[in-house]
Design a protein around this ligand. Sequence first.
Ligand code: AMP
Length: 395
Amino acid sequence: MKKLSIRDLDLEGKRIFVRVDFNVPLNEDGKIQNDARIKLSLPTIQYALSRGAKVILASHLGRPGGKINPNMSLRPVAVAIKSALGCPVKMADSCIGSEVVSQSQLIKSGEILLLENLRFHPGEEANEIKFAQQLATLCDLYVNDAFGTVHRAHASTTGIIPFVGQSAVGFLMEKELLNLGCAITNPKRPYVAIIGGAKISGKIEIVEKLIKLVDVILIGGGMAYTFLKAKGVEVGRSLVESDKIILAQDLLKKSKKQGSLIVLPVDHLVVENLRPGASIRSTLVDKTPEESIGVDIGPATCKIFEEKISTAKTIFWNGPLGIFEMADFSQGTLNIAKAVSESQAMTIVGGGDSISALSKAGVTEKINHVSTGGGASLEFLSGKNLPGLEALSSQ
Ligand code: AMP
């Protein structure tokens, strides 16, 4: 599925709509906590400016739920882009409407207009045609550089595309597809996937797809308990999604048939309540006390997981192996971050929490590809179609 790249577009004098992912974390005083997402799209923006384009940037920030929320304004981002690029950035009050249309017509080649948060309008996430058409009136060409939202069919990722001239991928998107592509096309084996976190209903379907693609799936974190329960292990008050137990049973059976191996924790750390300073016990999973909650993988599980990781040739990791935000329950996740970083495999890590675990463990630089899209990388690597990518013009 070869898509046009921004390099293939004739940008001179054109208004180019660049869908970026500027969903940056903001402090309570509205300051940007971490500008990594802005920096990652600068090469695409700089390239467009250098080719004489009129650059219109569009992003969402947070979850305003289709309503204007001044705390989720992109204004601080305009300031950050201005200081990073040293060029003026005009901030629009909205992303649609007559005033924005005239602003888009007034910007000159080499200038930037940043639209206000797309998700201030319900039409964005609902992928309303009318809203998509209004966005399209702002531009001649379209570029998607927001890998983190490419698995969502929203107005700014798919709806807009039939109404613009050509559409293409930006440099960040290109880099993601190139690196993640290594794990799709003839990955070196053994290929080990590590899946943790707590969004069981979202990720269990991904496990179903991964079974066909990888050799080993290490399941930890909150994800593990629905699978343990499916094997008949009593897990106390640990996180279980009861309506997924049957599916988990089915996946455990399927994985055997299809040759991939699902590996579950054998021991874990448990607490009676989730308060900091609560007394922590390490137990075998099948000896979990009735009132306990599993909060981290235990030392024996770490050892088993580390062994699988050390022999892998391709590794994909998404989701923490425990409630790692609390220091007492972070050791398992940090051990796995370290093991992944020390492996000789092609290593790919996606998802905000896994990335922050890499950073906590001080090993980010040792990972081959840190993906900017948690859900998008999971879906792409499990072989699902990404609507925002499908919609773009083909070469
Ligand atoms: P996800 O977005 O699915 O990757 O989930 C990330 C969240 O999973 C983090 O906030 C972790 O605290 C949480 N998590 C990891 N392990 C557990 C667990 N054993 N029980 C409950 N939540 C967990």
